[in-house]
Ligand binder design. Structure first.
Ligand SMILES: Nc1ncnc2c1ncn2[C@@H]1O[C@H](COP(=O)(O)OP(=O)(O)OP(=O)(O)O)[C@@H](O)[C@H]1O
Length: 290
């Protein structure tokens, strides 16, 4: 943990190493040319938790996710997934994870079922098991009834759930979601989260998610980390972080998670246009595909 980070209890750390962390990043650094996207990040995500990586645009969240997926190369020792080194054991890491990127990963010209079946083939699900596993994944995200409709007719929320089904087809131990609800209306956002939490409850998988939405993080994440300028500035359960700020302020007010992040990141948030609630930006797929 960097010096300026405020750290709360870490459920991933156990005595005797009985529970293995799903993800560990140690002094993770990644630059695009002169831009330090991630600047010395220490992080442990415990097996089975829903962990939220929060922060304004450009904080470095997607870069962290992409380093963990092995899509961006990092030196040995910086990132481990269930004990596997992301640099030395790339294929072992990839086999453990499901990834839903911000960009569209569903094909509008295929049905929901065909989209998921395509992923089943990519992930080498055996022919014998394929149709049952595809049906199971569609059922898990509430798309069984819409499975044979073209994805081009799906709403933004249904597309997101379809992408979730695609990522689930390999039964990943670690599911990574980059801004899963951006651009969706509140009802669709709730539906996406309900399916994420239901799948987590059913499978025990670990979920690492990035989001701008403080209210979602507060409601659905077991722990959160605030990223700002490539570093983690606060880490803990939402309740812990809010309670710590309340104690620091000692003025009887009840702060929100957003207040916590303003407190640790200071005015820098505004300078970068990083208003957490000011999410005008939407995914290209926000309302419909096709
Ligand atoms: N492919 C790239 N080439 C150059 N710079 C990049 C690239 N990808 C990201 N960056 C820069 O790295 C920094 C971190 O970007 P990143 O996308 O990780 O942030 P983020 O927190 O995920 O923000 P957002 O929510 O807007 O995606 C930003 O300054 C961004 O402009």
């Amino acid at each position: 943990m960097s010096d300026d980070a405020r750290t709360a209890a870490d459920p991933g750390t156990t005595t005797g190493g009985a529970v293995e962390d799903a993800v560990t990043c140690g002094d993770l650094r990644y630059s695009f040319g002169q831009v330090k996207a991630v600047d010395g990040l220490d992080l442990s995500v415990a097996s089975g938790e829903i962990f939220g990586l929060l922060g304004p645009n450009g904080a470095g969240k997607s870069t962290v996710i992409r380093c963990v997926t092995t899509l961006l190369p990092v030196p040995p020792g910086m990132v481990r997934v269930f004990g596997h080194d992301a640099a030395r054991e790339r294929m072992a890491v990839r086999r453990l994870l499901g990834y839903v990127p911000q960009q569209l990963s569903a094909d509008a010209s295929l049905t929901g079922r065909e989209n998921v079946a395509l992923f089943a083939r990519l992930f080498d699900v055996s022919r014998r098991e394929r149709s049952a596993r595809v049906a199971e994944a569609l059922e898990a995200v509430g798309l069984a009834d819409a499975a044979d409709r073209m994805a081009s007719t799906y709403s933004g929320g249904m597309v997101r759930r379809l992408e979730l089904a695609q990522a689930l087809i390999s039964a990943p131990r670690l599911l990574m979601l980059d801004e899963p609800t951006i651009g969706l209306d509140p009802i669709a956002r709730t539906s996406v989260w309900e399916h994420i939490t239901a799948v987590r409850a059913a499978t025990g998988m670990t979920v690492l998610v990035t989001t701008h939405y403080m209210d979602e993080a507060e409601q659905y994440c077991d722990r959160v980390a605030l990223m700002h300028q490539g570093r983690i500035r606060a880490l803990g359960t939402p309740e812990q972080l809010v309670a710590e700020l309340r104690a620091r302020r000692d003025d009887g007010s009840t702060p929100t998670l957003e207040d916590v992040f303003r407190d640790v990141a200071g005015s820098g948030l505004d300078e970068e246009g990083g208003e957490f609630r000011d999410v005008q930006r939407t995914r290209r797929t926000a309302s419909r595909v096709g």
